[in-house]
Design a protein around this ligand. Structure first.
Ligand code: NAD
Ligand code: TDX
Length: 339
């Protein structure tokens, strides 16, 4: 099998590349990534040693480059991770989210139609369902929950999902979509909550918690997301949407306090800052469908996964310290300076 992994130099895509190379050593993985601020070739250094892995730098919205790649590589399966993925950046500047997440997806879909494909898989998010109230812990997102987005990011992801479904219905393109809850684990870019808090706590810097810190996210260890996508692309039913999550709901404050406890840092580092505009209250996934149809179950509970993740950040300081040195300082000042 020849698998095109777009966005494979980012957080989840790179973990997926390693998951596939380990679990399906006979498959060939081609990674297409534009290496935006979120893409990092250091992450793929060990994959580069593997003859079954090839990296190609390119933009999924560049039609000519994408068509050339499909012509050369004879792709069987596309797994599209490539995206602008940070909600706060989408609030600052929505346009690039529309270009990559919507136009980029449409170019990939056109390439699949033109060159033929066994399966196109869209990596989507639970954020397309909007949010759930904090006081209704009995409610969960299912695959039939209506799309109801909040941010430019989630709206662009929802638009992409609708396009993918349209290409299935109109052109008969074989597709699947997965909608996962918040991931955490190795290679997570330090603008996102968990790696941001770990890196700042280690430097004894203030930890910016939005609002009262009571928003709830449903955290999934990244390897469990990879195992779910792997099952879907090989055994999932054509045309279907699968929700992925492991019932690991935590308030943001709980997450930050857990990190402080593991690192033995004081809670006085917590600083409450102005809330994110349009901040979704609670995400919670019902993963019954993927469990019943494909037998998927997550293996890592949050209390273990967060310790593994903190250990990874302690053992791999050069990886994230390099990121913090670059443009990141300007980003942090811009986003948090007057908050
Ligand atoms: P990320 O921001 O860490 O990585 C995105 C990758 O895509 C980077 O390597 C970047 O260089 C690349 N990229 C961006 N624009 C591109 C373009 N135009 N052409 C080619 N490559 C491009 O993101 P992530 O957290 O790994 O998320 C991956 C996917 O999973 C996204 O589609 C996201 O919406 C989805 N998702 C993420 C989470 C999460 O918690 N992080 C949860 C559910 C779904
Ligand atoms: O400094 C911060 N302080 C804070 O309180 C940051 C960066 C975040 N937060 C809060 C906002 C959210 O409630 O923490 C929560 C998690 O924030 P993010 O890490 O930015 O993730 P989120 O907005 O939940 O979106 C993530 O999960 C769904 C990914 O970034 C998306 O790509 C994915 O689709």
């Amino acid at each position: 099998m020849r698998i095109l992994v777009t966005g494979g130099a980012g957080f989840i895509g790179s973990n997926f590349v390693y998951y596939e190379l380990k679990n399906h050593p006979d498959d060939k993985i081609v990674c297409l990534d534009a290496l935006t601020y979120a893409g990092n070739l250091h992450t793929l250094e060990s994959a580069m040693q593997n003859d079954n892995f090839k990296f190609v730098k390119g933009d999924i919205a560049d039609r000519e480059a994408v068509y050339n790649l499909f012509e050369q590589e004879k792709i069987d399966i596309v797994v599209n991770f490539a995206a602008e993925s940070h909600v706060d950046r989408s609030v600052e500047n929505p346009e690039i989210f529309l270009k990559t997440n919507i136009i980029g997806t449409s170019v990939l879909l056109d390439a699949c139609r033109k060159y033929g494909i066994r399966r196109y898989h869209q990596v989507s998010t639970d954020e397309v369902y909007g949010d759930l109230p904090l006081d209704r812990t009995d409610l969960f997102f299912t695959e039939t929950t209506p799309i109801h987005t909040s941010s430019p990011y989630s709206s662009s992801k929802a638009a992409a999902d609708l396009l993918v479904q349209a290409y299935h219905r109109t052109y008969g393109l074989p597709i699947t979509i997965s909608r996962c809850s918040n991931n955490y684990g190795p290679y997570h870019f330090p603008e996102k909550l968990i790696p941001l808090m770990i890196s700042r706590a280690l430097a004894d810097e203030s930890l910016p918690v939005y609002g009262k810190g009571e928003n709830v996210r449903d955290w999934l260890y990244v390897e469990d997301h990879c195992s779910a996508i792997d099952l879907i692309i090989r055994k999932g039913k054509d045309g279907e949407v699968y929700n992925i999550g492991g019932h690991n709901e935590r308030t943001n404050l709980e997450v930050v306090k857990t990190i402080l406890k593991v690192l033995q840092k004081p809670e006085s580092l917590i600083t409450y800052v102005t809330d994110r505009p349009g901040h979704d209250l609670r995400y919670a996934i019902d993963p019954t469908k993927i469990h019943n149809e494909l037998g998927w179950l997550p293996t890592t509970k949050f209390d273990d996964g967060i310790k593994k993740t903190i250990k990874w950040y302690l053992d791999n300081k050069p990886w994230w310290e390099e990121i913090l040195k670059g443009d990141y300082q300007n980003y942090y000042e811009k986003m948090y300076g007057n908050r």
